[in-house]
Design a protein around this ligand. Structure first.
Ligand code: SF4
Length: 256
């Protein structure tokens, strides 16, 4: 094992990143630039700010696979009791796919359930190789419309949708995750369009993630502008009609 991975957090006792109790491993690096991002330190465009901050919680550090395994093994009893495991998140884990695959291989050999939360924004060969090691994909979907997706995340959604459809065809359990953002994708029409697209891609379950302001402080720490300042947070009770659209289309739908 030669690869080292840059990780900015290993969060224990996660209960919203897959089944059971999990350890979520947050990878540095993300090619997207979502305006509402709660982990801006992971974005490539802010990487130099994160490094300059001198704060290891923002900058992350290089880990070996053995170091990560040692850390996640500490909670094995919780995974076994609860049907949990580990979830690779970020940032975008596919940015460090070689390290991630080594880590997943090691975790699976140790009998640990492996999930990943990803945007799926990577070349097809990279994505196809990565998902061979995955028990569950939590697949982010930001917007159904190609142009609007580009406007607010800096990338088009073509690759993302192709990889999502591919994962489903390959039989990888895949749940779509939609961050519901005011002024971006929170209308009933958006819910209709998302539902149709997800069904076309073979997705049967969706998680809705109401917009929150938990990441705001990090923008100040990094010294970069935060475009969502002052936007009202959303709560499940604000989105019942929105959720109803997914249910109407026969999708399983819940809040996270
Ligand atoms: S994909 Fe996730 S980590 Fe990357 S910029 Fe968007 S919200 Fe942030």
């Amino acid at each position: 094992m030669n690869e080292k991975g840059y990780i900015f957090n290993i969060q224990k006792f996660s209960i919203n990143d897959g089944p059971g109790i999990r350890s979520t491993v947050f990878f540095c690096g993300c090619p997207l630039s979502c305006r509402w991002c709660s982990n801006p330190e992971s974005q490539n465009r802010f990487r130099k700010h994160a490094l300059a901050s001198g704060d290891p919680k923002l900058a992350g550090r290089a880990w070996t696979v053995e170091e990560v395994m040692k850390e996640i093994e500490k909670d094995r009893c919780f995974y076994e009791e609860s049907g949990g495991g580990i979830t690779l998140s970020g940032g975008e884990v596919l940015q460090q796919h070689a390290f991630a695959e080594e880590l997943l291989t090691s975790a699976r050999e140790s009998g640990i359930h492996c999930a990943a939360e990803t945007t799926g924004y990577a070349a097809h060969e990279i994505f196809a190789s990565f998902i061979r090691h995955i028990d569950l994909l939590l697949f982010d979907m930001k917007h159904w419309n190609r142009g609007i997706h580009y406007e607010k995340t800096g990338v088009y959604n073509d690759t993302i949708l192709e990889n999502m459809g591919f994962a489903v065809k390959e039989g990888i359990p895949t749940i779509a995750r939609i961050p519901v953002i005011p002024g971006f994708n929170n209308t009933i029409q958006d819910a209709e369009q998302f539902s149709k697209l997800l069904l076309q891609l073979g997705i049967r379950e969706v998680h809705l993630l109401p917009f929150h302001q938990f990441g705001e402080k990090k923008y100040t720490q990094l010294g970069v502008p935060y475009e969502m300042a002052g936007y009202k947070q959303l709560h499940p009770e604000d989105l019942e009609d929105y959720k109803e659209i997914f249910l109407k289309h026969g999708l399983k739908c819940s809040f996270r």
